[in-house]
Design a protein around this ligand. Structure first.
Ligand code: HEM
Ligand code: HEM
Length: 457
């Protein structure tokens, strides 16, 4: 035990040593000059490296871990090396200076999941305690691993906030509202895409319709918002609007839970999304620009709700519960035609294309909402940019983000131990020398979950 533990702790020590004590000093106040200085190359490199690692590399590696690809460990090892370098860069920049803030604090907090994942990962590679501790380590490593994209998203957002000096003082409340709700819509769209592309087997095993889950989340969120959106003695118009939205969500959510019981599809969550979008589109703002961006956000949300109604009512079927639990290694969750035809729409390709609309529009709406705080829009206004350009920038970002999301989902369905099922479903024999996919012998596919990473040669 002790030998293994010390082996596992080595990289941690190295990482700790890699963060130089000679970090730049922190500021409680900034001079005009410090605050306006250009961002130097080191900081640009920091931003580039960390965005690449936490935005693309780690999520890709996570997917390869889930599919037990042999590329998981090499990719995540590179990720750790690069993020360590990124930490050093973040600490050693000159140029523009910043007030001490949440980005630096969060970076320190992130040492915990980094250390944990590294230690657990190495422990897993040692293949010891195979029948006692290891299965629990796999589970914990899986939970922490799935938190990585969320941690990365949050820290990237904090980074952007730091660059612009947003969210200080009175602006904090608005920041929280926009960034949490916006990220919530993006997460909603992402989960919808996952369920749509690889999660049907999971939904069927759960025996609940997707709207049953939606409605619960909306209801609980509504209860929170009912009690948290009003501060001070006076009820401002905004307080009233935000509070009634909370009430709308839990009342509607309750109806949704009831109507989607017994695995029935329901249009109630979509209705709530449409009403929320309408409320947002009518939200009067100080700047014309802001009013227009809010309007576009609201309309996008309304369209997301509308397309979801069409999808629920006319395209996607009731998800018949699965009789048996057959593990995750079956071909149900591949993207191939045969895998889906049996459980999906009678509309074939057209239906499948249509079903991306609600999830994409939710992602786009979330991004628009996140880009609509007063501080951001004041900045855009000062640049003499109008809402047309700004909204289209956000839609471009939405296209990029949704591309990343569906690429990762597709990677899950076609890599590691899913590769063989995907190849079989496609009716193609994959090139035997394919170097991108770790393939598990067919016989293993239905066996106990194989803990095979790195050992499949
Ligand atoms: C997501 C992974 C990231 C991690 C783990 C990370 C970590 C760090 C660390 C450790 C520092 C030094 C903090 C300090 O001096 O107290 C730092 C500084 C900084 N980072 Fe990041 N960062 C990440 C992403 C980003 C991104 C995406 C941006 C910009 C969009 C960014 C912008 C900055 C800025 C402006 C500083 C300077 C703050 C200062 O001097 O106080 N970071 N980062
Ligand atoms: C160098 C560091 C790492 C090593 C050596 C490592 C090793 C492993 C191994 C051996 C497995 C297979 C477990 C089994 O079934 O036997 C695995 C699974 C997994 N890894 Fe890692 N890993 C590392 C870093 C990471 C990171 C950074 C993440 C997060 C982004 C991650 C996310 C996952 C996930 C999600 C699984 C699937 C777990 C499950 O199915 O519940 N790993 N890893």
């Amino acid at each position: 035990m002790s030998r293994h533990t010390s082996v596992a702790c080595m990289p941690l020590l190295l990482l700790a040593l890699a963060i130089p004590a000679s970090a730049h000093e922190h500021h409680n106040e900034l001079s005009e000059e410090q605050a306006a200085a250009p961002i130097d190359t080191i900081l640009w490199l920091h931003i580039f490296v960390q965005t690449a690692v936490w935005g693309v590399l780690f999520p890709t590696g996570m997917v390869l871990g889930l599919s037990r690809s042999r590329w998981h460990v090499p990719l995540q090892s590179v990720g750790f090396a690069l993020t360590a370098a990124g930490y050093v860069l973040g600490h050693s920049h000159k140029g523009r200076a910043f007030l001490a803030g949440i980005h630096g604090t969060m970076a320190n907090v992130m040492f915990i999941p980094i250390a944990l994942q590294l230690t657990l990962g190495i422990y897993l590679k040692l293949h010891i305690h195979e029948r006692s501790l290891r299965p629990w380590a796999v589970r914990l490593h899986g939970v922490v691993g799935k938190a990585y994209p969320i941690l990365g998203w949050t820290q990237m957002l904090f980074g952007a906030i730091t660059v612009r000096g947003y969210c200080r003082g009175d602006n904090l409340g608005q920041c929280l509202a926009h960034y949490i709700m916006g990220s919530g819509f993006i997460a909603y769209g992402t989960i919808m895409a996952i369920l749509l592309l690889v999660g049907e087997a999971w939904i069927r095993r759960s025996g609940r319709s997707p709207e049953w889950w939606d409605s619960w989340v909306i209801m609980l969120w509504g209860i929170v918002n009912t009690f948290t959106e009003h501060r001070g003695a006076v009820w401002s118009v905004k307080d009233m609007q935000h509070t009634i939205l909370g009430v709308l969500w839990w009342t509607g959510g309750a109806l949704g839970v009831f109507l989607s019981r017994n695995n029935q599809r329901s249009v109630v969550p979509s209705l709530i999304i449409i009403l929320t979008g309408w409320a947002m589109s009518e939200h009067a703002q100080a700047l014309m620009l802001s009013t227009k961006v809010h309007a576009m956000f609201g309309h996008t949300l309304m369209l997301a709700g509308l397309t979801r109604i069409v999808e629920v009512s006319f395209i996607a079927p009731k998800y018949a519960p699965l009789e048996v639990s057959d593990g995750d290694s079956h071909s149900d969750h591949t993207l191939t035609d045969t895998g889906r035809e049996e459980m999906s729409t009678g509309f074939g390709a057209a239906g499948r294309a249509f079903r991306h609309l609600p999830s994409f529009l939710l992602v786009a709406a979330g991004l628009l909402f996140m880009s609509a705080t007063d501080e951001e829009l004041d900045f855009v206004h000062d640049l003499d940019m109008d809402h047309v350009t700004y909204v289209l920038i956000m839609f471009s970002v939405a296209f990029l983000l949704y591309t990343l999301i569906v690429t990762l989902i597709n990677l899950y369905a076609t890599s590691g131990r899913n590769a063989i099922a995907a190849a079989a479903d496609n009716g193609i024999e994959m090139a035997p020398a394919s170097k991108w996919y770790a393939r598990v012998p067919v016989a293993d596919v239905d066996a106990e979950p194989a803990h095979v990473i790195g050992d499949d040669e």
